[in-house]
Design a protein around this ligand. Structure first.
Ligand code: AMP
Ligand code: ZN
Length: 463
């Protein structure tokens, strides 16, 4: 079995990865707060941890890996959006979740095995908070419940900060009910116009951090293998998750390996609305940038390094992928290349894996190139809409979708628009959305499976 090495934030070293239970490998990644389209930066952890998920599935078997990524659907930003727009909170969160899955699917990200919504786990959060109070790690004050950081000697270890330094560095105004300025909220009161649930501390809602502790415990148990997220989450979010989970379930120890991706910038600058360089994944897709190009640009930089999104890189990636596509035309995927696998196993060295893809292309080894690219989530169509809980495409369906997309692109390329439109309508009948893209890999079209997908109709269409 291939040895996987990962850089563990907790120990600050690259370690050989040893699963707690190779039959049931468990990974948790913090997901988005759902009130708006994902911006390009939000997609980085999704792609990084998708590569890890695919690698783990390859090495340990797809049935032996459980990947959980949550949706934060109770948060003050969501409440604010509802007030601004006059829309229902549930409408906003459900719509945003659909968008998120659609956009990330376009980047070839497999849906995780579990995608829990915070609001479905309120009783578990309340139980965990009550347990923390009972064990002397939390206290109630003015309708709030706070975690007492001084009760946990390990607080600050993950991010390498001391509580004293944190207090000295804190410039925010401290709420009067806090015993220690670093104590953080587990539960807070809700006014009648805000979402709230009954609890032993009155009607209220959870603080942000408790959801991940409660959902990870419920779905993965008191100890699991890998916890991931962007490095902006290391403090305070992950520090607080550790405090909550290790104090509620000291026997477990929570996550063994902590993995953090670095941030994304755009043309050398921090992405921000005021600089005018802020855009969503959907903006790029709508401009005709294929999801695969976005993914490829992401993978060109190692996850532990800051990555710079540039238009130049996107154009180059498009050219490279067109070359790869030519090389895999008509071939059957073989087993992935050993060197690609070893590069990925070495702390997800995706730039090295890509260098090897170039070698495979130059050696005209289309079968290995296709299998290796697929292992990295390229040329691997992923269902992007529908209900939750679908699996990845079967090899057969994936090939058929590719074929259909090509046929559509060829018709459009030949300016046979009537025939192309007819094909698009037939595809719709089979529950497939055909989309022309301007400068696309796959010769200008994508085929996406939708909720009404019908495999036999797709097969008929291609006869
Ligand atoms: P937020 O929308 O800020 O709650 O972030 C959601 C997720 O996106 C978190 O996992 C963040 O770490 C990640 N994230 C936010 N901004 C960036 C960025 N510029 N680069 C990489 N990841 C980011
Ligand atoms: Zn989290």
């Amino acid at each position: 079995m291939v040895e996987i090495k990962l850089t563990n934030t907790r120990t600050r070293t690259k370690e050989v990865f040893k699963p707690l239970d190779p039959q049931n490998l468990r990974m948790y990644v913090c997901g988005p707060t759902v009130y708006d389209r994902a911006h390009l930066g939000n997609a980085r952890p999704v792609v990084v941890f998708d590569v890890l998920y695919r690698l783990l599935r390859h090495v340990y078997g797809p049935d032996h890996v459980t990947y959980v990524r949550n949706f934060t659907d109770v948060e003050d930003k969501i409440n604010a959006r509802a007030t601004e727009t006059g829309r229902e909170i549930s409408e906003i969160t459900s719509e945003t979740i659909e968008w998120f899955l659609d956009d990330m699917g376009a980047l070839g990200a497999l849906p995780p095995d579990h995608m829990p919504r915070a609001t479905e786990y309120i009783p578990q959060m309340v139980a965990m908070i009550a347990d923390l109070i009972a064990k002397g790690h939390a206290y109630e004050a003015q309708g709030h419940v706070l975690f007492a950081v001084e009760s946990f000697t390990e607080y600050g270890k993950l991010s390498g900060r001391s509580v004293d330094d944190m207090i000295a560095g804190a410039r925010v105004e401290v709420a009067p009910y806090k015993r220690n300025p670093m104590d953080f909220v587990l539960w807070k009161p809700s006014s009648d116009d805000l979402p709230g649930w009954d609890s032993p501390w009155g009607r209220g809602r959870p603080g942000w951090h408790i959801e991940c502790s409660a959902m990870a415990y419920e779905l993965l148990g008191d100890s699991f293998d890998i916890h991931g997220g962007g490095n902006d989450l290391m403090f305070p979010h992950h520090e607080n998750e550790i405090a909550q989970s290790c104090c509620a379930h000291p026997e477990g120890g929570f996550a063994r390996v902590w993995l953090h991706n670095e941030m994304l910038q755009v043309e050398g600058k921090k992405m921000s609305k005021s600089l005018g360089n802020f855009f969503t994944v959907r903006d790029l897709l709508d401009q005709g940038v294929p999801g695969e190009v976005i993914r490829f640009v992401f993978l060109s930089t190692h996850y532990r390094k800051p990555m710079d999104w540039t238009e130049k890189k996107a154009k180059e990636a498009n050219q490279t992928l067109l070359g790869f596509l030519e090389a895999v035309e008509g071939v059957e995927a073989a087993a992935p290349d050993e060197q690609v696998l070893l590069a990925l196993a070495d702390d997800l060295n995706t730039p090295k894996a890509i260098a090897r893809l170039h070698e495979l292309k130059n050696a005209d080894d289309g079968a290995k190139l296709l299998a290796s690219a697929r292992l990295m989530g390229l040329f691997d169509f992923v269902p992007t809409t529908g209900t939750m809980g679908w699996g990845a495409e079967s090899e057969e369906v994936s090939q058929q979708l590719l074929k259909l997309a090509r046929r559509y692109a060829e018709l459009r390329g030949a300016r046979e628009y009537e025939q192309a439109d007819a094909l698009r309508e037939q595809a719709q009948q089979a529950g497939i959305e055909l989309q022309a893209t301007k400068q696309s890999v796959g010769q200008g079209a994508l085929a996406k499976r939708t909720a009404g997908f019908n495999a036999s109709k797709l097969a008929e269409l291609l006869e």
